[in-house]
Design a protein around this ligand. Sequence first.
Ligand code: BDP
Length: 713
Amino acid sequence: MKTLSISLIFLFITCTASANDGYKLWLQYFPFENQAVSDYYRDYLENINIVGASPTIDIIQRELEMAASGFLNSKVKPTFKHTGDSNICWIGKTDDLPKDLKSAFGQKVNEIEKEGYWLKYHLGRVIITANSDIGLLYGTFAFLRSIQSRGQLESLDELDNPKIERRILNHWDNLNRTVERGYAGFSIWNWHRLPRHIDQQYHDYARANASIGINGTSVTNVNANALILTPDYLSKVKALADVFRPYGIKVYLTARFSSPMEIGGLATADPLNPDVQQWWKEKTKEVYDYIPDFGGYLVKADSEGQPGPHNYGRTQAEGANLLADAVAPFGGIVMWRAFVYSEKTPDDRHKQAYNEFKPIDGKFRDNVIVQVKNGAIDFQPREPFHPMFGAMPETPLMMEFQITQEYLGHDTHLAFLAPMYEEVLQTDTYVNGTGSTVSKVVDGTLHNYSLTAMAGVANIGTDRNWTGHHFHQANWFAFGKFAWNPNAKSEEIAEEWLKLTFTSDKTFTEPVKAMMLSSHEMVVNYMTPLDLHHIMARSHHYGPGPWVTGGSRDDWTATYYHKATEKGVGFDRTATGSNALGQYAPEIQKQWGNLNSVPEKYLLWFHHLPWNHKLSSGNTLWDGIALHYQKGVEETRQNLDTWKEQVDHVDEERYKHVLSFLKIQSEEAVWWRDACLLYFGQFSGMPLPDGVEKPAHDLDYYLKLNPKFVPGI
Ligand code: BDP
């Protein structure tokens, strides 16, 4: 048996010199770095037996061909057999397992679920088995990942099932191809050319998603346009669905609640009106005529100007059930967003969704799942988990993460979001006693939800590398990993992504992984330390705007959230304030409500404190804030140094691209620090502590900065 000398391979650098625009994402399949490595894997890539025939099996075969030609740097195609069991790489469904494997594998194959797979080394052979073609595709990608990261094949024994049933990207893409909160160019959906032109990118998109287990995509903005439900557009959506199907990806659409009026000619969209109900039933049947496996509707209602059941004095459940009844005969679902808050700001925005949804827990149809953002405000750099998680035992809840960086510096600021996702998922809600983590709510185990799902607001656009910043590919990748397994670990994700995308060389992966893992906290440091929040510039949210006040809505201003005065700063959400804290379990109320036990990372989210309040470090609150800003700035500089040290490990194109973005980030961290400290300093009246650099300009300078045409709105 051949074994791989791992130590050997780290001596070699895989991806220097040649240009790489990043289009291939984490599916680079770099050539093997030397003969020994090539000899070790070659047989497994060249002699493959795939049992079965289907469009998905064809995709598996193509993927293996691509991988082999990449790894082996040759045009020689692997030999595929579709019968027999002689080859050393065997891919086939559990029912087709050859006798010897069946008896060797025994009962364990029964642990493989619908979309799961088992990747196993057995007596010199690599076996990929599953119960569905999609499971085989996932297993094939797992196999290729293990080769890409130069794993030992002998130790392969990966039986993996997704813990969440629906793993969905949400595109906030408009029909005119702008992307709301999108910073990587325009929408990749070219509606004008569809359905007659099918761009190769649609296949590449599906392939990338399938490689990380994503099995759904909602292709249109939640601020929905009813036109998407007209025949013209449905034929375009059908064309996309046809491309995505063999990759195991279902299409979902956002439904505008007022569609019956806008495209149906009705006078009302009241969910209890029989004509409205009939309209949705017929419209939905039409959708299924185009797309027989259509996933269902995603709805933003009664929020930020979107129409909804409130317009008719109905509840969110009545609104959701209207659509749920329409999709039910076809097996569809409704993802009803909980991002509902009033135009009138009657109460702390933090409390509004919970107050609206909690009383209607259990009132939704079985095929409705309520889609809840990770936090109660809006995708801030750090938010405590949304109090709805754990509070709705009778209604399936799904997680909505934002992958695109609306509030985290847009595409030029490196922020690896996995630690942020992990932090939320691993927080204990305490609703069913200790250990009731958010992840257990979302994977359905805590309340036995029959439906489980996770959504990620995509960061994908027409930029050649898909995501603007090369490192933000890692956030798409990480989302896929958490959707598959909400207990995934950021560190493993970062390491795997780096190996697949750049190189397995530890002199590269170790420092760069450390840079990634600390990058989210770094952004929190220079933007919103100690959980200040929503202090970004108005509307486009690019750059600092702690001074934003007035205008159409109070809860879209910074002053509403930080409440800075000479007396102090922060939002009192304890019982003496808005008591949003009261929406959490008693254990959390006790811990987060008490200044001695509240984690400092949530301090100003829940407490309004005087500037001279003593932090655990012994610093005053003012000094603490200032030092965090300074630390964030220093970390961006450190990252520049770390990256410069990688010059020999990365192809020139990506090296320079990342370097230039890191420079922008470092400059903008200074902008954030100086603008915020000058602004808050007016209230604290305290000097900057030692170690914090003096701002280069006065506050007026920052107030007047007014970047034009910021993307994403
Ligand atoms: C906010 C965005 C806005 C979205 C909204 C939503 O600013 O563009 O439409 O969330 O999630 O984060 O519906």
